[in-house]
Design a protein around this ligand. Sequence first.
Ligand SMILES: Cc1cc2nc3c(=O)[nH]c(=O)nc-3n(C[C@H](O)[C@H](O)[C@H](O)COP(=O)(O)OP(=O)(O)OC[C@H]3O[C@@H](n4cnc5c(N)ncnc54)[C@H](O)[C@@H]3O)c2cc1C
Length: 396
Amino acid sequence: MNYDYDFLIVGGGLVGGSLALALRDTPLRIGVVEALSEAERRASPASGRTLALSRGTAQILEGLGVWQEVAPKAMAIRHIHVSDRGHFGKTRLHASDQGVDALGYVAVARVLEDALERALEGLATARFRPARVIGLKGGRDGICATLRRNGEDFHLTARLVVAADGGNSTVRNLLDIEQDVRDYGQTAIVTEVRTERETNFTAYERFTESGPLAFLPLERKKCAVVWTLKHEAADELLAQSEAEFTANLQAAFGYWLGRIKPDSSRQGFPLKLIRAERMAEERVVLIGNAMHQIHPVAGQGFNLGLRDAALLAERLFVQTAFGEDIGDRSFLARYAEARHSDLGRVVRFTDSLVHIFSSGFPPLALARNLALIALDRFPAAKRLLAHHAMGYGIRL
Ligand SMILES: Cc1cc2nc3c(=O)[nH]c(=O)nc-3n(C[C@H](O)[C@H](O)[C@H](O)COP(=O)(O)OP(=O)(O)OC[C@H]3O[C@@H](n4cnc5c(N)ncnc54)[C@H](O)[C@@H]3O)c2cc1C
């Protein structure tokens, strides 16, 4: 069978774009289908979200040649300060204690998207954009995708389709892959504030009765705020005037950074844990948010998705070098198996954080405080926490 492409990446977002870039030095013929035009992507409010990036992510991005462009616009996190509002427990982590210059980084998604876009522009990779995959027809030998562009449909064939089309994945829906959905009943409010005091490369995580509140340093005196609350409380805060909202945010966060002033609009993101029941099918594999959408409390969604892409690129590279079929079912099953434990660990870690740190239940609040005090006193426990922050995400 003659294929138009060796493989098609559906979704040219952060994860799909990174995968295309990771495979630039292979002889594979790659097509990337992206629903949004470049102008739409740049104008999208979602591009304004702030991402906490682990050191591992920075290293992968460096290998892709994009970190060099992102680093000057990213803020290093040298300290993490964790506290519990209205309770006594708190702990601090310092990069210097771990012998590193940063525990992780903070960057606006748009900065990363722009750097990826520039790197992709120079490649031979075929890009269909704006175009949307609306149909898939699989067979033993290949897969045929139907694309819709400017109201017209056309077909492309490939050995493998990689679904990197986000939480509402069309590919996953077309294949009827069921999802395990856990609704946390929470919304993350995302905004930015100016601060009176210098952020001093410090990320703050504060556990409040209403939910965890993160202040991530964006500039010397500017922070990105992620406040996770029950839907009703979030709706109320989202509807408030700027002055009312700022007063409530200040009360919840305290004066660790002095007075705060709003510096952007507010956006609400409903939070769910969504995991597809299967990562791979005959000639199709799911990566990034198409496979898993996790609570941003631990700041791990993109970090995890990038590791999906990095391992898939490595495996595809080897499979191609041996002249084997990249759409082979057992090859894809082995890849899925290799990703299983990382995904399971991150989901369990995030899930327990949401549970423990969103609880106002007194025994849990007490346990959480004791844990924070213990962490602050025992270097070994702190090292473990720092290891999580550096490898698996920043927010605790
Ligand atoms: C409030 C919030 C805070 C977060 N904070 C962090 C953080 O601190 N650290 C972190 O690591 N992660 C964080 N995340 C998670 C992170 O944003 C996601 O995990 C990451 O963006 C997923 O990337 P993706 O490429 O898999 O999916 P997406 O970014 O959703 O990209 C999917 C792409 O596919 C395209 N597409 C969709 N359907 C089709 C179709 N049918 N055909 C063609 N193209 C299609 C879309 O246009 C889009 O460009 C946060 C998320 C939220 C909501």
